[in-house]
Design a protein around this ligand. Structure first.
Ligand code: ZN
Ligand code: ZN
Length: 791
């Protein structure tokens, strides 16, 4: 009986003997896997589980194919959610040092819980080669990468428009933003023409930005509004004169067709600001409060919105308000609306390398191929440099100081790494350029700066010999991080080494909640593996992951699939109880001429299956591999073959019995080796009983082409059809399948007559019939000869 307690037994054993510790054996080809370092929030969810299950299946398969697999695991420890948790627990009063210490403690605790989950899933990563982004060796490498990029002229500090989350109080990158449909109010506001000849009505969802209005814009093709172009209007409340400009990017059908343009209103405003060389007015500060707004200064966005609306109403300038559905950009971490503002931050030049990044991406093999499009399209769309600084505390410090007077950047010296310019002394007393005061960068790095160098870090970069492990052979990740993790890794490794980071990128979709929605804490639909492991076992969950498919598309978690996987494992164990008894004492010797049609069919099918499953694994198509293995084993092997040879196993014909024992041993051995990457515990348990050795140290089965016999397969299928027809006939007559009959008549088409006649004795034994009569017919039919029975 299959019992999930065997899983923990094997997990402990593998740990004890360090079964997966990487030893550089130069006789074998190397296979390096760059795995995603999960964020250490304390739990693996089902998305992680499918991700890491695929990686583990590949690692186990590659080992069986003769590769020396280097499969370390990393942990992405730093960033916002951990800070939030620590802030919630300890308040905001901690000093930087105390705060960081608490964050480190929390990350360590979370990491250890997640490591246990990984072990519980049977993953075979090499824990001795683990990397943790908050630890000194890793921080030093991240900082070194920034120093090298700085030397190449790619890092700069400057004032630039950035996306800003007023809630998290930090700049964020565009890929950290999400579009969210929201109900909002569109406000129709009258602007008086400066020459008093009338008014123009504009529509805006952001009246609180009125103080930063630097122009009105209409579409020059808009018959109703084009007459206003070039005219001056007065900004209500603030009484400034601005011009009405014409731009074809203004949407004619939206609102009144006239818009107000603020320097940092949204991405379009910013574009028009540059295009028309409009004046710059900062509207909001980094706390999300109004600036340059006269009496509204210091109000929050929401406060300012109601104050301005009420003032406009009083002045009679608010024409009407209407509710609309509107897409706003929100921060993916906190779901709060983001602002555009101008801020002094640190950047890496990426804009000018879009073509190069595409070229690098084209050198990588993408599985499935279509997922490459996500990256190429993204590269086409980068119009800003990568803002790498974050206003956070628990992150890798930027290894730079700068001159307060002239802005000169002073990089850390390599031997100082890891360094924290927030507290450490600069390498120079004063600015080498102007003698001004040198201050350390206060901000920390975007976490993608940390994880963009994982293929280099696992290879041992920059130490001598790292090229042996770089580029990695494989990276596996979900579609959702192509634009971040993959994009930045491709860019950074190219900028640092001129090479691609990995040869193959295997991309899979997201695991959605059963309601087809993305799992998220805010929706409360996150499902972890614990409950499923507890109920069904880790191997069932792994089989579920394989059956969930491996293509780059999202799919919902179906509990029935886990249950189905579990019932397969139960079937596997039960059938092996029979196999172990059936082959007891078999010494491997048999005579070929004693192989029956049933046996030859099974040997041929088994070898066809090996060939096909091998190919599926090689293409990372776990869905096809798992499906074929289950269907073959459950139905062809258990439902038919085992039932068809039981009478031989329990019979007295030793020569026939040895032939059957040979087939059973071969099938058992190959099946377990083929299943091992997907269900490593179950396969290990059965294989050690079968062969007294570990299945994971075996080669993947090789297909014996000589045993593939099309004719034998066709004949086997025809025999199965006949057996099935007899079974159906018994069922139809309310008889148990093992109910003994005196005689049956099988009517068969001419071309199978000879085959059935040849196997008549076996058919009689299998169907528990004394006498099998044969007749000819166009179509197969079976008759139970009850008349004989009665007489
Ligand atoms: Zn935020
Ligand atoms: Zn200076």
């Amino acid at each position: 009986m299959y019992d999930k307690s065997i899983e923990e037994k094997w997990q402990q054993h593998w740990q004890k003997v360090e079964a997966y510790k990487f030893v550089d054996d130069r006789k074998k080809p190397l296979y390096v896997i760059d795995t995603p370092p999960p964020y250490t929030n304390g739990v693996l969810h089902m998305g992680h589980v499918s991700d890491y299950s695929y990686i583990d299946m590949i690692a186990r398969y590659k080992r069986m194919k003769g590769f020396n697999v280097f499969y370390p695991q990393g942990w992405d420890t730093m960033g916002f959610p951990t800070e939030r948790t620590v802030e919630k627990k300890y308040g905001k009063g901690l000093s930087d040092a105390e705060f960081i210490k608490k964050c480190e403690e929390l990350s360590t605790e979370n990491l250890s819980a997640m490591r246990k989950q990984m072990i519980r899933m049977g993953y075979s990563m090499d824990m001795s080669h683990e990397y943790i982004t908050m630890l000194k060796p890793y921080t030093a490498k991240v900082q070194l990468s920034l120093l090298l990029l700085y030397e190449k002229g790619l890092v700069y500090r400057g004032r630039h428009a950035v996306y800003w989350c007023p809630y998290c109080k930090t700049p964020i990158a565009r890929e950290e933003t999400e579009d969210k449909e929201e109900k909002t109010t569109l406000n129709y506001i009258n602007f008086e023409l400066a020459d008093k000849s009338g008014t123009i009505t504009i529509a805006t969802t952001r009246p609180e930005l009125l103080h930063a209005c630097v122009a009105l814009a209409v579409n020059p093709n808009d018959e109703k509004n084009k007459g206003y172009i070039g005219k001056k209007v007065i900004v209500p409340i603030f009484n400034r004169e601005v011009e009405v400009i014409g731009d074809t990017d203004v949407e004619i059908g939206f609102g009144t067709g006239a818009e107000m343009i603020c320097t940092f209103g949204d991405k379009k405003d910013l574009m028009l600001f540059h295009r028309h060389k409009l004046p710059e007015i900062q509207a909001i500060d980094e706390e999300g409060k109004l600036i340059n707004a006269g009496k509204y200064n210091g109000l929050s966005i929401n406060e300012a919105r109601s104050a301005i609306i009420s003032d406009l109403k009083q002045m009679g300038l608010l024409v009407k308000r209407e509710e609309i559905l509107h897409t706003v950009k929100v921060h993916d971490r906190c779901s709060n609306p983001i602002e555009l503002l101008s801020s002094t931050q640190w950047f890496i030049k990426t804009t000018e390398f879009a073509e190069q990044i595409k070229k690098q991406a084209n050198e990588i093999k993408w599985i499935p191929e279509f997922t490459k499009r996500y990256l190429l399209d993204w590269a086409d769309y980068i119009d800003w440099d990568w803002v790498i600084s974050r206003e956070r505390r628990f992150d890798t410090p930027l290894p730079f100081w700068y001159c307060e007077d002239c802005g000169e950047i002073i990089p850390a010296k390599e031997e100082m790494l890891p360094v924290d310019p927030r507290v450490d002394k600069p390498p120079v007393e004063k600015c080498p350029k102007c003698g001004g005061k040198v201050v350390g960068a206060k901000q920390t790095c975007d976490v993608w700066v940390d994880s963009a160098i994982t293929p280099l870090v696992i290879a041992g970069w920059p130490n001598e010999g790292y090229e042996r492990y770089f580029p990695a052979d494989l990276r596996v990740n979900a579609t959702e991080i192509i634009r971040t993790w993959d994009f930045y890794t491709i860019f950074q490794t190219w900028a640092l080494t001129g090479k691609i980071p990995f040869k193959t990128l295997f991309v899979h979709g997201l695991i959605l909640a059963p309601d087809n929605k993305k799992m998220s804490k805010s929706l409360g639909n996150v499902i972890g593996p614990e409950e499923l492991i507890e109920k069904y076992s880790a191997d069932s969950v792994r089989m579920w992951a394989a059956l969930s498919g491996a293509v780059g598309k999202d799919r919902a978690l179906l509990f029935n699939d886990v249950k189905y996987a579990y019932s397969f494992l139960v079937k596997l164990f039960n059938s092996f109880e029979f196999i172990f008894k059936a082959i007891e004492g078999f010494d491997g010797s048999f005579e070929k001429e004693y192989l029956s049609s049933f046996d030859k069919y099974m040997l041929s099918r088994l070898n066809s299956l090996i060939k096909s499953v091998d190919k599926h694994y090689d293409e990372f198509d776990f869905f096809a591999a798992a499906n074929e293995l289950i269907n073959f084993y459950w139905h062809e092997f258990c439902d038919y073959y085992i039932e068809e040879i039981k009478h031989v196993v329990y019979g007295k014909d030793e020569k026939r019995k040895r032939a059957v024992q040979y087939v059973l041993s071969e099938a058992a051995d190959s099946m377990l080796r083929m299943l091992a990457p997907i269900v490593p515990h179950a396969a290990e348990e059965l294989y050690t009983r079968l062969k007294k050795k570990s299945v994971h140290a075996q080669e993947f089965p090789k297909c014996n082409e000589e045993l593939i016999d099309q004719k034998a397969e066709e004949e086997g299928l025809s025999l199965n059809e006949v057996i099935s027809a007899v079974r159906k006939e018994k069922t139809k007559n309310g008889l148990a399948l093992n109910y003994p009959l005196t005689a049956i008549t099988i009517n068969i088409p001419e071309k199978y007559y000879h085959l059935i006649e040849q196997n008549r004795a076996d058919i009689a034994e299998i169907c528990k019939v004394n006498e099998v009569k044969l007749g000819k017919a166009e179509e197969l039919s079976v008759l139970i000869n009850f008349s004989v029975e009665k007489s």
